[in-house]
Design a binder for this molecule. Structure first.
Ligand code: DQA
Length: 146
């Protein structure tokens, strides 16, 4: 079971960026911890981070042909703005779990709406690194039950 972990804009700055909200781990450290967890769960993971909406759309469109059975997506600020990402998820058969490090509902009003949620199988928000680790378990269960 191969899962693609997609991180969107500004998440390359994790560790330095607003650590009181996003924590001290860098994206590389988060990815290493996800990889460790994937080994234990007998899953394969691959990662992409981009600050560009089109690159995120391309990776969602291409996930299936590249052999991924599921996607864990932190679209960051594009979650709140991107109808194009919404449409890309809707256009693919690859199931997507939406994740956020922070609890988007406890923050500014403009973060309370996500264009990703309605086209995802579920959303995990507010648990920092654990949002990704929980999503990994959730997508494994989801795919096994399918
Ligand atoms: C985020 C929450 C978004 O509102 C924000 O724009 C981000 C990160 C999170 O992981 O908590 O860049 O997706």
């Amino acid at each position: 079971m191969k899962i693609l972990i997609i991180n969107g804009p500004n998440l390359n700055l994790l560790g330095k960026r607003e650590p009181t909200i996003y924590g001290n781990l860098t994206l590389e450290q988060i990815e290493l911890k996800i990889s460790d967890s994937a080994v234990q769960l007998d899953m394969e993971v691959d990662f992409i981070q981009s600050n560009h909406e089109g690159v995120l759309i391309d990776s969602i469109q291409q996930a299936s042909e590249k052999g991924f059975s599921g996607i864990i997506l932190n679209a960051a600020a594009y979650s709140h703005t991107s109808i194009a990402l919404h449409d890309a998820i809707k256009s693919t058969n690859t199931p997507v779990i939406e994740v956020h490090l922070s609890n988007i509902y406890a923050r500014e009003d403009f973060r309370h709406h996500s264009y990703i949620s309605a086209v995802s199988i579920g959303q995990i928000s507010g648990f920092g690194l654990d949002s990704y680790l929980l999503a990994l378990r959730a997508i494994k269960k989801y795919l096994n039950y399918e």
